[in-house]
Design a protein. Structure first.
Lengths: 215, 534, 129
């Protein structure tokens, strides 16, 4: 297939034009995000059920989380979302170098988020505020405080895994951008990972108040 | 050798790697078909072993523990490895793009990935069987699943992986149906099988993630003892059941909806009559998909969930009867005054109508709260869901398999042998499972290795039925394999169908359509267009 | 669908504005969390979080300008999660509303009752075998 304007290199044979392909890709990505929402939805359900049962314990246990670090991480994740959005805008206005810079910044913010998360985890492991049967901390009043920490670790852990997965793909996009693969003609993969990254941010926006602020 | 076969997707391109790395939906569909048929066979072997054990009370051929493993593996294999991917991933993959006049599904690479994810899940399941099997039942209920010493983790992980395969198929189908329909093929000119697959795909993407997170929590519960589902640690096993059935009830409709789609196709073709109530059938698919998310609690009437929840779920369960009834009546009305011909696909279609009606109506019995308490976990439930799953979905799958067989392989099977096979399957099925309705109503509990002497005659009858069923499937295997080598070659349109897959050669060429077709007529306009069989 | 060939490109200012709003809302929600409003704390936190989520979805994820079907999918996701939580809570919050349930072991000697709550599953299993 010749690389002509009517049939560019990225157009697959079963699509009639680039717009149809792009719309399909975005639509497919949104359906994938839908499955992500439902995946975390299960955890939010577990959170809601146990919080309703043990409200006192949840309140006491949430005080054990570091509200300041949580707030800082929220700022960092929102900033990374901003840089991600600006990276896509960079490609839309055909400034690939600018886009690469913003993608790099997104990676840096994501890494800082994980480092802060690591220190939070380490502190909790040190105190024995661990999930389930490994829970040895005694400073939280109320019944079954280990369940709060189970939910905390599963939710933030799954979220953290999503950050790591996103970082790997963003790094790949960064390399491709530097190689000049994307332009304002074709940047669908970056747009898709952008959507994913914003979703990871969205989930944190709910996780943060639920776990750190209201317990 | 005929020209169509030589130029078809089966021979172009040639070579093993061209199959392993194919992005052609037809080849992926075919690989899926072989894989699911293998697991259908494996699950069937476990079923026959179960029935053999239940031939007489006490130990017949296996120990009680082995029996627990046998029914768990039968359930898990049949549900996760056979019936969920059977119609969408195998037949749907093959037929969907042909039905809507597309060259492929929207994301061919994802489609191939979905197949290999399925294979990976299947390997984990086999690994689990080798390393000690599972004895929890296919539902993996806590707290037993957190305590059982069998390989629960590898089996749940297998199911977790299979879930992604299912999600990717669903995602692919939704986008394909939205974006790749041929010009002129409006939503209401789509064949009804497409509507069935669409409704199925919606459930696949909405429900399966919840199963994934449930299984992750179950694995974490086993490995780290996180205590969310473990009553000994303040967790709630009933919550596990909510999580599980939020997926698994809609999953029942993942199984039945595409089957209903196939029935809508075959019943019009073999009645030579326009479908009655197209819109009603299309929308009732979506209605079933939606209602399926509101009724999961009817699996938990005796679990200790609150009485109020039980009442709400019981009431909502009756709603499922409405769209299912609409479909059944429309199919019957389609038959009325049609020119019915009784080829093998039609025999399976009529079997479906008969058996699904029984399965559906007994579902209404079981949805009634007060009655359910008595019938819960008896053979009545076993018979009910086999009438829906096997009498419904498997019959529809077989109808579809026989209907599209000439298209898929470019070969015609022996019609007489197919009729004999279909009748054996129908008779064997009813012998096996109708007796179980009676057993259940007399109080025979399910999942028991032993039983009272008074149940012996019915159990033995059921077991003999299962042997008849097995012979029926064996006959099918023989004539289908025979057809692959010696079968006559069909023309484009052996049944006289009006949908697009019959306008391309059998088997189709690699890119399906030389030119994307323009659609001007409805899929079932038998009243306006005279189609010749060829 | 095929008419809107050119993407809607937002000015940088718009992105910065949205991010600024998100920062301010985060500070507000953290500040409110230090004031005890009883049950209202949760309401305020969820409302602010939902508002932030709408901002991200509408502007960063372009849902405001995108094909409306994507917005529809997003809303379906949120509503099914809500449905899941509400229907589950019909059970978990309403147990023993009508009949009084007395918890008693079905089998008194079953080993799960012998285990202390903080004892691990593994240990008691090991002790048994």
């Amino acid at each position: 297939m010749a690389n002509t304007p009517s049939h560019p290199f990225y157009l697959q044979h079963h699509f009639s034009d680039a717009q149809q392909q792009k719309d399909s890709a975005k639509f497919g990505m949104w359906i994938f995000l839908l499955t992500e929402i439902l995946l975390f939805g299960g955890l939010f359900c577990a959170y809601a059920v146990f919080r309703a049962w043990n409200h006192e314990m949840f309140y006491n246990a949430h005080l054990a989380l570091d509200r300041v670090l949580g707030t800082i991480n929220t700022f960092i994740l929102i900033t990374s979302s901003l840089t991600m959005a600006l990276a896509i805008r960079g490609l839309q206005v055909n400034k690939a170098r600018q886009a690469a810079l913003y993608l790099g910044a997104t990676l840096v913010f994501a890494a800082i988020f994980l480092v802060i998360k690591y220190f939070e985890y380490e502190h909790k492991i040190h105190l024995g505020q661990l999930p389930g049967k490994y829970y040895t901390y005694t400073g939280v009043a109320g019944t079954n405080p280990h369940i709060f920490f189970s939910i905390y670790f599963v939710m933030t852990g799954l979220h953290g895994l999503h950050i790591v997965g996103g970082m790997i793909v963003i790094a790949m996009m960064l390399v491709n951008t530097l190689r000049g693969k994307y332009s304002n003609e074709y940047y669908t993969p970056v747009e898709l990972i952008g959507l994913y990254w914003h979703l990871v941010d969205l989930i944190w926006i709910y996780l943060f108040p639920f776990l750190y602020l209201i317990g | 050798m005929n020209a169509a076969l030589e130029q078809s997707y089966l021979k172009n391109p040639k070579g093993l790697t061209s199959w392993l790395f194919t992005r052609d939906h037809k080849r992926i569909g075919l690989m899926y078909l072989y894989a699911i048929m293998f697991f259908f066979f494996l699950g069937g072997v476990f079923a026959l072993l179960i029935r053999l054990e239940l031939l007489s009370p006490g130990k017949t051929i296996m120990s009680a523990d082995q029996y627990n493993q046998a029914f768990t593996l039968h359930g898990a294999i049949m549900i996760f490895l056979f019936i969920i991917p059977a119609i969408p991933a195998a037949l749907g993959n093959f037929i969907l793009p042909l039905l809507i006049g597309a060259r492929d599904v929207a994301f061919p690479k994802l489609n191939l990935a979905s197949f290999y994810i399925y294979v990976a899940g299947a390997l984990f399941a086999i690994y689990s069987i080798i390393t000690g099997a599972v004895d929890t039942g296919w539902t993996f209920y806590t707290p037993y699943s957190t305590e059982s010493t069998t390989s629960v983790i590898s089996m749940t992980f297998a199911v977790f992986i299979l879930g992604f395969s299912s999600i990717f198929t669903g995602l692919n189908f939704i986008v394909t149906i939205h974006k790749l329909r041929a010009p002129g093929l409006t939503w209401f000119k789509q064949p009804l099988f497409v509507w069935g697959l669409y409704a199925t795909a919606i459930i696949q993407v909405l429900a399966t993630p919840v199963l994934s997170i449930t299984l992750v929590l179950l694995i974490l519960e086993r490995v780290f003892g996180i205590g969310i589902f473990d009553p000994a640690m303040g967790g709630d096993p009933v919550l596990y059941q909510h999580f599980f059935w939020f997926y698994s009830h809609p999953a029942v409709y993942i199984m039945i909806l595409p089957g209903m789609g196939i029935i809508s196709e075959t019943i019009t073709v073999f009645s030579r009559k326009k479908i009655f109530g197209y819109n009603a059938i299309a929308f009732s698919s979506l209605a079933i998909a939606f209602v399926s998310f509101l009724v999961w609690g009817h699996h938990m009437f005796t679990s200790g969930q609150s009485e109020i929840a039980a009442m709400i779920f019981s009431f909502l369960t009756f709603l499922v009867g409405i769209p299912s009834g609409i479909k059944t009546f429309n199919w019957l009305a389609t038959l009325y005054k049609g020119q019915i011909s009784f080829e093998a696909p039609m025999i399976y279609t009529l079997s479906f109508l008969f058996l699904f009606t029984i399965g559906g109506l007994t579902g209404i019995f079981l949805g009634a709260l007060a009655l359910n308490v008595h019938l819960h976990d008896t053979y009545f439930v076993v018979a009910h869901f086999h009438y829906v799953m096997m009498g419904g979905t498997v019959m529809a799958f077989l109808a579809g398999l026989h209907y599209w067989w000439p298209k898929i392989f470019g070969r015609l099977y022996n019609e007489t042998a197919a009729k004999i096979g279909a009748i054996l399957v129908f008779v064997g099925f009813n012998m096996t499972f109708f007796s179980q309705f009676i057993l259940g109503s007399q109080g025979m509990p399910r999942r028991y290795y032993n039983y009272l002497d008074q149940f012996q005659p019915l159990h033995a009858f059921s077991s003999f039925g299962s042997f008849v069923l097995g012979i029926g499937f064996f006959v099918m295997l023989v004539y289908l394999v025979h057809s692959l080598f010696k079968g006559k070659t069909p023309g484009y349109n052996p049944w006289g169908g009006l949908t697009l897959e019959w306008t391309v050669p059998s088997p189709p060429p690699p890119h399906n359509f030389d030119k994307i077709p323009e659609i001007t007529h409805g899929p079932y306009d038998y009243d306006k267009i005279l189609v010749k069989r060829n | 669908m095929s008419e809107q060939h050119k993407e809607h490109i937002l000015p940088i200012k718009a992105y910065l504005g949205v991010a600024g709003a998100l920062f301010i809302l985060t500070m507000v929600t953290v500040a409110v969390s230090y004031i005890n409003l009883g049950g209202w704390n949760a309401v305020v936190a969820v409302s602010i979080a939902s508002f932030k989520v709408s901002l991200v979805a509408l502007f960063f994820m372009h849902l405001k300008y995108d094909n409306k079907i994507n917005l529809f999918i997003f809303l379906i996701g949120i509503s099914f999660v809500t449905l899941f939580i509400i229907f589950t809570m019909f059970d978990t919050l309403r147990r023993a509303d009508i009949y009084e349930i007395k918890a008693k072991p079905i089998k008194e000697k079953a080993h799960i009752y012998e285990r202390a709550p903080d004892d691990s599953t593994q240990q008691s299993d090991a002790a048994q075998h």
